[in-house]
Write a protein that binds this ligand. Structure first.
Ligand SMILES: [Mn+2]
Length: 401
């Protein structure tokens, strides 16, 4: 607004106020050009300060995570029990981000890495992972949780307060310094990829050892993150958001196709194939549902794989496969039938059996029950496997009696 403009507004206000504005403007202009330039500088300072504040508040999450990691010398990056490729890829990503700020990261997990693809992932990408049996095994006080949001699966897990949580599962778990939980995402690896993009990371180029100041993504990390996304979304066919496709496109130039093939198509052990064969030949089908008792087995990881195999059967929309290992009956259920919520079905079936637990999502569920308790130690009558199957069929058909 021009000086004349200000004066006319002042006049329009009328009376004393017009006089005050008049005086102020006269003062500023007539006294000293230095005062005027100071005023201009103050205005510019306020504008720039505001812009900086907005930028600071809106810092992308990848930048914020990097700063949080930079404030620790050591962090323990904790995967969920029996980690899958998505969890392992996230841990690799956090470790590489930590490395850029000279924070040392130890990758840890509880349980076992059993599934042949998970073992291949670890071997091919040469991961250095440590196991945790109790909270005293944690490598650092600062714990970063990836691909789950509440610590579980080891003694004292409930006492652990993570500083960082990065996850895509529903839940209320939070980190004391940083929380990023996106249940609409198909994989937690996708979130890590976005962090790398936030940090202007580029794919490592073998021909050029010179880093251009930015962070370079190794081919192991790019391959791991891509496989993490693929395995959590059944090769981009289930539970995907647009973010998964964007992340895969970003990773594409950096992946090692041979490594990806070695991870995705590992050799399958004889017992896994035997158990799948048993599920296929000895299944019990009623209507569009199937169950199978695969008997006593040594590799419990074969049970969900056998359930996946049975789901390929034409006309079958929900299956439960179960087998016994070391006194525990392991159940694994799958459903693509909107009428069958598998997690609820399994929960209902075991609800009156002591020491049993079961649950899961609509399309996927699992459970464990003590064989002794199922057979009815103590006062209860117990349950045979045939009766268990009858219950399973009834529950899948919607009978909640
Ligand atoms: Mn995941």
């Amino acid at each position: 607004m021009s000086y004349q403009g200000v004066r006319s507004v002042g006049n329009a206000l009328g009376g004393d106020r017009a006089l005050v504005i008049d005086d102020a403007v006269d003062l500023a202009v007539s006294t000293d050009p230095l005062v005027l330039s100071l005023v201009v500088l103050a205005v510019l300072g306020a504008v720039f300060g505001g812009w900086w504040l907005v930028r600071w508040v809106r810092r992308p999450p990848g930048t914020r995570l990097k700063r949080v990691l930079a404030s620790y010398d050591d962090v323990a990056v904790l995967m969920h029990p029996n980690p899958d490729p998505d969890a392992m890829a996230c841990a690799m990503g956090v470790a590489e981000i930590a490395d850029t700020v000279e924070t040392s990261a130890t990758l840890q997990y509880s349980g076992e890495i059993r599934h042949q693809e998970n073992r291949a992932f670890r071997t091919v990408l040469d991961l250095d992972l440590e196991t945790v049996e109790s909270s005293s095994d944690l490598a650092a006080d600062a714990v970063v949780l990836v691909d789950h949001n509440t610590p579980r699966g080891f003694t004292g897990a409930q006492t652990v307060e993570p500083v960082v949580v990065v996850d895509h599962h529903p839940g209320n778990g939070a980190g004391t310094a940083f929380t990023d939980v996106r249940p609409d995402y198909g994989a937690a690896s996708t979130i890590i990829v976005e962090y790398l993009e936030d940090m202007d990371a580029t794919m490592a180029d073998d021909d050029d050892d010179e880093s251009e100041g930015g962070f370079e993504i190794s081919s192991d990390l790019a391959t791991g993150l891509l496989y993490g996304i693929q395995s959590d979304t059944n090769n981009l066919t289930k539970g995907c958001s647009k973010a998964e496709f964007d992340a895969c496109a970003f990773l594409f130039p950096g992946i090692d196709e041979d490594d990806l093939d070695r991870i995705a198509n590992p050799q399958v052990s004889d017992d896994v194939l035997q158990i799948k064969a048993k599920a296929i030949t000895e299944k019990r089908v009623e209507g569009s549902f199937a169950t199978c008792d695969v008997g006593t087995i040594s590799n419990v990881d074969a049970i969900p794989q056998a359930a996946d195999e049975l789901m390929h059967l034409e006309g079958v929309t929900a299956v439960v496969v179960y087998g016994e290992n070391d006194g525990t009956l392991h159940l694994s259920g799958r459903s693509r039938d909107d009428r069958v919520h598998m997690g609820e079905t399994l929960r209902h079936v075991v609800s009156d059996i002591p020491m049993a637990n079961a649950g899961g999502h609509a399309r996927m569920g699992g459970g464990q029950l003590s064989v002794e308790h199922m057979r009815g130690i103590g006062p209860s009558d117990g349950l045979t496997c045939v009766e268990l199957e009858d219950r399973l069929f009834a529950a899948m058909a919607g009978d909640r009696s």
